[in-house]
Ligand binder design. Structure first.
Ligand code: UDP
Ligand code: MG
Length: 314
């Protein structure tokens, strides 16, 4: 009989349509793990309501009547990553091992069994990795691929096709909690912890019900967070761009001098206009990259709390 406590952490933002099904599946799984004596009786599912405006919290309140479920209600919408942290920070007080999974059943609940086996073998972190993305729309698939490539090019270490479905031991979560940044990108942070890890492959399903809360804007801002919190490469790229421009302008200077010596004055209105706009555009892009970093220094410097808890139901 293994007495370790497992906490399955589920962030929820307006998930009333899918939550009943998710709860049933997770509960079945938890019970079978208990029956097989793979986790202790105290194990539980922890729902983190990230400021839902529909009936999500009402549903969670009902589930919490049973000792298998607990609920945290955040005071507002803090975002997926912060909701995950709220769950992990609270669960690590009692749980020995924690698994985070989305509420929409896109991740295969049954992969948790294999994750526990890897944990038994001594891994502190087990990443759930999608075997294929055929259930995602073409847009989501190609944008995701672009994202992973871009992250790699920027020198950020991420696990390909792994989102936030992962197992972490308590000491790994303790280590994670020592990172105090506000611009959270867990997929980049967790591999930095360096604990022994493994991956478990699973087939990604379509959302069981409801709709994705990650529109293009949020996906882009997650990508920008990912790059700016882990890499200063974009800042260095500005230098190379500047050097290139200097070289080009030197070339133009040589051309102008030669043309003048040959008595062919350069009249080119068009070339001047083009240069002004081209250089102006490049400068603005570079400024915006610097601004992205300054913006992050600004938010990090304030050390504001990542979330606030309104209620905790046990
Ligand atoms: N989520 C959250 N806060 C948010 C947005 C999403 O807690 O502000 C939760 C959501 O309920 C789900 C998970 O994060 O459990 C992933 O969201 P979603 O399925 O919308 O993202 P996708 O799978 O489309 O990337
Ligand atoms: Mg989803």
């Amino acid at each position: 009989m293994k007495n370790r406590t497992l906490a399955i952490i589920v962030p929820c933002f307006n998930e009333e349509e899918v939550l009943p099904l998710t709860h049933q599946r997770l509960l079945d799984l938890l019970n079978s793990l208990r029956d097989d004596a793979r986790v202790g009786e105290e194990s539980y599912i922890l729902y983190v309501d990230d400021g839902s405006t529909d009936g999500t919290w009402h549903l969670i309140t009902g589930y919490c009547l049973d000792k298998s479920a607990r609920g945290i209600k955040l005071t507002g919408n803090s975002g997926h990553q912060h909701a995950l942290m709220a769950g992990l920070e609270s669960a690590r007080e009692e749980a020995d091992v924690m698994i985070t999974i989305d509420a929409d059943l896109q991740d295969d609940v049954n992969a948790i069994v294999e994750m526990m086996s890897r944990y038994d073998e001594g891994c502190d972190i087990v990443y759930g990795v999608r075997r294929n993305r055929s259930s995602d729309s073409l847009f989501k698939r190609s944008s995701a691929q672009l994202f992973y490539r871009f992250m790699k090019a920027m020198g950020v270490k991420t696990i390909y096709n792994h989102a936030d479905f992962r197992l972490m031991s308590r000491r790994a979560v303790d280590a994670l909690c020592r990172y105090e940044e506000r611009n959270l990108f867990l997929r980049g942070l967790v591999p930095q912890l360096g604990y022994r890890s493994a991956t478990v492959l699973y087939d990604r399903h379509e959302r069981a019900a409801g709709s994705s809360a990650y529109p293009l804007g949020s996906m882009l801002s997650l990508a920008v967070d990912g790059v700016t919190s882990f890499s200063v490469k974009p800042l260095r790229l500005i230098f190379y761009l500047g050097a290139l421009f200097l070289l080009i302008s030197l070339g133009i200077l040589v051309y102008v001098i030669v043309a003048l010596c040959n008595g062919r004055g350069v009249q080119g209105w068009a070339s001047i206009m083009l240069s002004i706009w081209f250089v102006g555009g490049c400068l603005l892009i570079c400024l915006s990259i610097i601004a992205a970093y300054i913006g992050r220094i600004y938010t990090e410097g304030k050390h504001r709390p990542r979330y606030h808890i309104e209620k905790y139901l046990k």
